[in-house]
Design a protein around this ligand. Structure first.
Ligand code: PLP
Length: 394
């Protein structure tokens, strides 16, 4: 598909720029669940809203265009999108997943799909050898999250898609962290892209939504069948909120990413920080790969403090970010993966992956970057004073 307009312009000037029947410049919210049919033999395009709804359809078309795929599908949450996509598999199939996959996806695969006879293996997707070792004769899907959560490891989408094709398997990519503003997995060979649109695509921490885009019509028909059958579709009010958020995706991503780069560099040089994970830092192990396959490192980073005590002191002192789960919003969000997004991973498993109790994840919002950096250094240094004072008292 060749586009006349750039990505930024297409966020605003697309098929849904205005409503053809009224000229309204905002997509109308169609609440109707059923649609009158004027012909007893041939039904119209819309009949029942679970099957197709004009408001939901606009989000589905918008994301399909932005991801440069064949068709888009909107679901009631990211997990609804992921669950529906996984039901493309059948009993006896096997899936290989990124080892630090989103906690909800981990739970789905290990506790639900396993009951239905779908087998799984986790692999370090940054290591192609490890992925090949995890592969079985019945592997049907490679499931990638890149950059991964919360360690920001980068997987080579092209290489995994290539391997999948050789084996007759599909490649699914969770593109929540970067969005099509930074990374387009379908153009790198993936077959299906998934989003928690709750995050960057909507961007305001006020709507739960999931999206999926497929590469070809064959997969589109299969996923449509599942979407309509399972029925975890996105409601119309929420579809409107996603559309509203999408319009500013590019400017939000630009601003948050620029701040994230500064914050990552400044945290990296701080004596109380042991390690910063961010694919925009030149010492990140997949820095060059990230530059090759995405147009930027995104706005999420994680960092490890020297000890667990320092984490609690920092969280109690820091003022600007909300301390919460989730990411990709206008406000900065600081989270504690060990107790939040990755709480469903067994402790031993988590420690082995490096998601330890000293690690914090930061999703950078739209606040002034100097305010954010001052806030962080104050919170860190306050802790420093305490150590000194205690030292002197002894
Ligand atoms: C939040 C998230 C999900 C789950 O999406 P929900 O909208 O919360 O259901 C899946 N993958 C990633 C990477 C996420 O951050």
């Amino acid at each position: 598909m060749t586009h006349f307009y750039s990505f930024e312009t297409r966020l605003l000037h697309n098929k849904h720029k205005f409503d053809p029947s009224t000229g309204a410049v905002s997509v109308p919210i169609q609440h109707a669940t059923t649609f009158h049919q004027s012909n007893s033999q041939r039904y119209g395009k819309y009949d029942y809203s679970r099957s197709l709804n004009p408001t939901r359809e606009t989000v589905e078309q918008a994301i399909a265009d932005l991801e440069e795929g064949c068709r888009g599908f909107a679901f009631s949450s990211g997990m609804a999108a992921i669950s529906t996509a996984f039901l493309l598999l059948s009993a006896g199939d096997h899936v290989v997943l990124s080892q630090d996959v989103y906690g909800g996806t981990y739970r789905l695969v290990t506790e639900v799909l396993s009951r239905l006879g779908i087998e799984y293996s986790f692999a370090d997707m940054t290591n192609l050898e490890a992925v090949i070792i995890a592969t079985k004769h019945n592997t049907r899907v490679f499931y990638i999250e890149t950059p991964s959560n919360p360690l920001l490891k980068v997987t080579d989408i092209k290489a995994i898609s290539h391997l999948a094709k050789k084996l007759g398997a599909l490649t699914f990519v969770d593109n929540t962290f970067l969005t099509p503003a930074r990374q387009k997995p379908l153009l790198l060979g993936a077959d299906l892209v998934i989003h928690s649109a709750t995050k960057f695509l909507s961007g305001h921490s006020d709507v739960l939504a999931g999206l999926a885009v497929v590469k070809n019509e064959e997969l589109a028909e299969k996923l449509y069948f599942l979407q309509n059958t399972i029925g975890a579709v996105l409601g119309v009010q929420d579809a409107w909120l996603v559309l509203r958020g999408l319009k500013t995706l590019s400017v939000r991503m630009k601003q948050s990413e620029a701040s994230a780069k500064n914050i990552a560099a400044s945290l990296q040089s701080h004596p109380l920080i042991k390690k910063v994970h961010y694919p925009g830092l030149s010492n990140h192990p997949q820095y060059h790969l990230q530059r090759r396959q995405a147009s930027g490192p995104g706005a999420v980073l994680s960092f490890e403090l020297k000890d667990e005590e320092a984490i609690h002191a920092f969280i109690s002192k820091v003022k600007i970010p909300v301390f919460a789960v989730s990411l990709g919003a206008v406000e900065s969000i600081l989270s504690y993966p060990a107790n939040m997004s990755h709480a469903s991973l067994p402790e031993k498993e988590r420690e082995k992956l490096g998601i330890n109790r000293r690690l914090l994840r930061l999703s950078v919002g739209l606040e002034d970057v100097d305010d954010l950096m001052n806030d962080f250094s104050f919170a860190l240094e306050n802790r420093h004073y305490q150590i000194n004072r205690r030292g002197e008292e002894q």
